[in-house]
Design a protein around this ligand. Structure first.
Ligand code: GAL
Length: 412
């Protein structure tokens, strides 16, 4: 009896010492919308509020999307005499709290952006030296999500590139601690670059600090660039779990904006099939589903992709395991994601320029027996299979997503 009282007491103690459990915040990958991909710094109160309206009216909220996140471009280069960061009054005449209140009134959550340095990537005010003040302001405004982005640390980009790893990490840890001290549950998303591309070294560390970690450089609305972001994330599967997710960057599905591309990236944007593959593969790797298109003018085909319940269920599966690539040859890849209830999602992903017949064998998946196989994009049953399944035609740049469900029958 005494022992069990002790056990309960110690569990309670551990929980209260750790405070807000990160698992509670990002139990499954967050879903939402962020202003950067379609607006860059050209944001304002009306755009953000109308995007919250559109998230509801388009059915995105019903499909599970929650966060409306303002990216870089909301702040000025100034602080007031008491040290508080000042929002750009021309863009946000009623302040940030008014926007957050509006977003909350729609039953949605609200996110904002800052940098650990003196300036953000757009050279607006960053949080250095004011971390707790900023975190407290965010909490007062009702912020539920912070994207903290490595730029201009301590005050210039050249210095940021040379910052030693421990100092860089400490800057991200500091804001994490400040957010916790506010007592408000705030999802913490970091783009840290502390380990300069060696994600493996960064991950055990970053998992203890943040809920999301960007795995590579910025995504663009371009097939090869999307693949780069996916590849940066592929090998990190074992780190993902409820409370921490690898972040290959925001979605480009349906982003019709003429957002500036970098000179080394082809300006050819993704087509509808490529958007489907992009979305499906983000679901396979349990990525945050943060839309980056203009929700107010979304074509029905785009809405269908972003609100596809079967794909979203793969991303949000409660088991919380990131899918992994188990085979790749000549641009043809097989990915598998274990799901709750002994089910499995399998992606037959054809990155090559020609259509292909693709087969996956049970032994590659480490399973045996019969499975009911569904084609999730078609929402149709392929049949009951044993040993393997073949899809005769996987188009160029297509990702066929199969769901394998254990088939329990004594006759089979
Ligand atoms: C980049 C970041 C983008 C966006 C931009 C804002 O560093 O990767 O996602 O936040 O800064 O300036």
């Amino acid at each position: 009896m005494f022992k069990s009282i002790l056990l309960v007491a110690s569990i309670f103690l551990v929980h209260s010492l750790r405070g807000e459990e990160p698992e509670e915040i990002a139990k499954t990958p967050p879903m939402g919308w962020n202003s950067w991909n379609c607006f860059r710094a050209g944001i304002n109160e009306e755009k953000i509020k109308s995007m919250a309206d559109a998230m509801v009216s388009s059915g995105m909220k019903e499909a599970g999307y929650r966060y409306i996140v303002i990216d870089d471009g909301w702040a000025t280069k100034q602080r007031d005499s008491a040290g508080h960061v000042i929002a750009d009054a021309a863009k946000f005449p009623h302040g940030i709290k008014a926007v957050a209140d509006y977003v909350h009134s729609k039953g949605l959550k609200f996110g904002i952006y800052s940098s650990p340095g003196c300036y953000t990537c757009q050279k607006l005010m960053g949080s250095i030296g004011h971390e707790q003040l900023d975190a407290d302001d965010y909490a007062t405004w009702g912020v539920d999500y912070l994207k903290y982005d490595w730029c201009n640390y301590p005050s210039m980009e050249q210095e940021a590139l040379k910052t030693p790893i421990p100092e860089c990490r400490a800057a991200f840890e500091l804001m994490g601690i400040c957010l916790k001290k506010t007592g408000r549950p705030i999802l913490y998303s970091v783009n840290d670059e502390c380990d300069k591309g060696t994600n493996d070294g960064a991950l055990p560390w970053v998992k203890s600090v943040a809920n999301l970690h960007r795995t590579g450089d910025d995504i663009k609305n371009n097939w090869n660039r999307m693949l780069y972001c996916l590849d940066q994330t592929a090998e990190l599967w074992e780190y993902a779990e409820p409370g921490y997710w690898n972040d290959p960057d925001m979605l480009e599905v349906g982003n019709e904006s003429r957002e500036s591309l970098w000179s080394n990236i082809s300006p050819v944007t993704m087509n509808l099939l490529e958007y489907k593959s992009h979305f499906a593969m983000w679901c396979m790797v349990s990525a945050p589903l943060i839309a980056g298109n203009d929700l107010r003018s979304m074509r029905p085909e785009i809405r269908e992709i972003l609100t596809n319940r079967a794909m979203i269920a793969i991303d949000q599966d409660p088991l919380g395991k990131q899918g992994r690539r188990i085979r790749q040859k000549d641009g043809r890849e097989v990915w598998v994601k274990e799901l709750a209830g002994g089910r499995m999602a399998v992606a037959l992903f054809n990155r090559s320029g020609t259509p292909a017949s693709m087969t996956v064998r049970w032994e590659e998946l480490g399973i045996s027996g019969h499975r009911t196989v569904m084609d999730l994009w078609k929402n149709s049953k392929l049949g009951i299979r044993k040993g393997s399944v073949t899809v005769e035609r996987v188009g160029s740049h297509e990702a066929k997503i199969l769901l394998l469900v254990p088939y329990l029958s004594s006759t089979k």
